[in-house]
Design a protein around this ligand. Sequence first.
Ligand SMILES: [Zn+2]
Length: 155
Amino acid sequence: MLSISHAVTGAFIAVKIGNPVLAFPLIILSHYLEDSIHHWDVGTGISGGTKSSALAFRHELFDLTLAAVLVLIFFPLSSYNLSSLIYSLKEPQIWGALLGILPDLLEAPRNFWKYEPVWLSPINRFHGRFHHSIPQIIPGLAPQVILLTLLWFLR
Ligand SMILES: [Zn+2]
């Protein structure tokens, strides 16, 4: 799924659960479950050669920016300033969102730059077993719109 979906889901779980020991595995599990739903994301088409890695990377930067904005709209921080940027990593919506996109971040060097350290290969293969993307944008985005709508009302 899009980073938007994974980040907001991770933030949601972290905020609702609070306890990192319980939230961490649930957030990682949510990533794999969401990827198992047929979906469209910015990387769809790279492996089939219908989209270049460079274009997918530019789309991913946009996806990540929107993910950050949406996480902060869903779960605003108590204060915003640059001096507290590092401190905000302690906020559940921030670490939850980062953990929510972690499997995709680990896969990014392989997808965008054809670089995969040996130790990441089994993790990325495991991730790939769950990943079911489809080239149709509207049916691929629909489950993500439904997911985000549900999370908005449940937050
Ligand atoms: Zn993924």
